[in-house]
Every structure is written in C-alpha cells, then in structure tokens.
Ligand binder design. Structure first.
Ligand code: URA
Length: 210
C-alpha cells in the first residue's frame, strides 16, 4: 500500500455509508451496517499483504498454494468507537492479535492523554492496523500512532470510515509512513470538531448513547 490516502469507492461501501449517515437509521441497523462495511474495508486495508507458498494436497494432486506470510497481524482499536470496526474485521481475520489504545482530551491543554494501552507482543514483526471510525482533527489518531511506534510498530496502516481533510493533513504531517484507508473524505470539521456532513458521533450511534 503506497498512497497516503486510499478512498474505497466500491458501490457496496458507498451505499452502506449513505444508510449509516442518515439520521433516521436506528442503532441496531447502524451496528449491522458497520459490521458489513468493516468487512469490505478490511478487504481493502489488507491488500498487498506478503504471501508465501505452502505445499498442499488437493484431492487431485500436490500443489504449491499461496498463504499469508509472516506473523499474525495486529488490530488495534482506538477506544471506544474503534471497537465497532474491530468486530467485523475479526470475523474476516479471526487469527489477528488485538490491542486497545484509550485516549481522552485534557480539557486545559486540549492534548490527548493516555488512559489505557495494551497491545500484542512483537509489534515490530507484525503489520499493525489501527482502527477508529472517525478521523476528525487527527490529534488522537496521531497520538495513538505515536504510542504504537514507541511500542515497536514499524509497519502501520490506519483504517477509518470517514475522514476530514484536517485529520488527513495532520496524519500526513505526523506519520507520512502510515497509509490511511477510508470510505469517504468529507468536506470539513465544524466548530465542535464534528466531521461535516459526517454521521454524528460514531460512538453514540453505534452504542445508542447520547
Ligand atoms: N468523532 C465522531 O464520532 N464524529 C465526528 O464527527 C468527529 C469525531
């Protein structure tokens, strides 16, 4: 994966995203759509993974068949909304190792502060896919990637559902080596830091909170 920003323009992704954006979509339907769309996004974010061959026996003959090479990949959810994307991806990659990064924004400094960090061992040998549905200012995403790099990760991809230009720019400045895969690049952030037109608060919509 070489481009810094990859927008998944597949018709199924775009259709499901439109349904998710709509105000009238219920929590149950939003969750189901998120699960479905995360499978499709997982397909894109894992493009180009290194492969090797294994000698196998089919009912007809022996062949050298392609399988994934290297250590199991690591999925890292940026709490709490990242968990919504994580569930679907784990269905597609059940053997992935899973980590969590929790950050909150300090009211005075406005800087992200870490409250939870638990990641798989040997991060340096794994492809690490960090997931967070909304790339808004990019501050918490960039901080989460900083922590993953401090923990040894060198090969990181970032997966989100929606991105704002501000967040993409922030990530490109802080982590030009981390490609971003998203279903859409929206117009801008509003004064409260929401992505416009967006879909509202992703955590609230998937968990039914307010
Ligand atoms: N986080 C969200 O959940 N929604 C936004 O629009 C921005 C950040």
């Amino acid at each position: 994966m070489s481009d810094h920003l990859n927008i998944v323009e597949h018709p199924l992704v775009q259709h499901k995203l439109t349904l998710m954006r709509e105000t009238g979509t219920s929590t149950a339907v939003f969750r189901q759509l998120l699960r479905e769309i995360s499978l499709l996004l997982a397909y894109e974010v894992t493009r180009g993974l290194p492969m090797m061959t294994r000698s196998i026996e089919t009912p007809l003959e022996r062949m050298d068949a392609p399988v994934l090479a290297g250590k199991k990949l690591a999925l890292v959810s940026i709490l709490r909304a990242g968990n919504g994307l994580l569930d679907g991806i784990l269905e597609l990659i059940p053997s992935a190792r899973v980590g969590f990064v929790g950050l909150y924004r300090d009211e005075e400094t406005l800087q992200p502060v870490q409250y939870y960090f638990k990641v798989p061992t040997e991060l340096e040998d794994r492809l690490v896919i960090a997931v967070d549905p909304m790339l808004a200012t990019g501050n918490s995403s960039a901080a989460a990637i900083d922590l993953l790099k401090e923990a040894g990760a060198t090969n990181i991809r970032f997966l989100c559902l929606l991105a704002a230009p501000e967040g993409v720019a922030r990530m490109k400045e802080a982590h030009p080596d981390v490609p971003i895969v998203t279903a859409a690049l929206d117009s801008h952030l509003n004064e409260k830091g929401y992505i416009v037109p967006g879909l509202g608060d992703a955590g609230d919509r998937m968990f039914g909170t307010k």
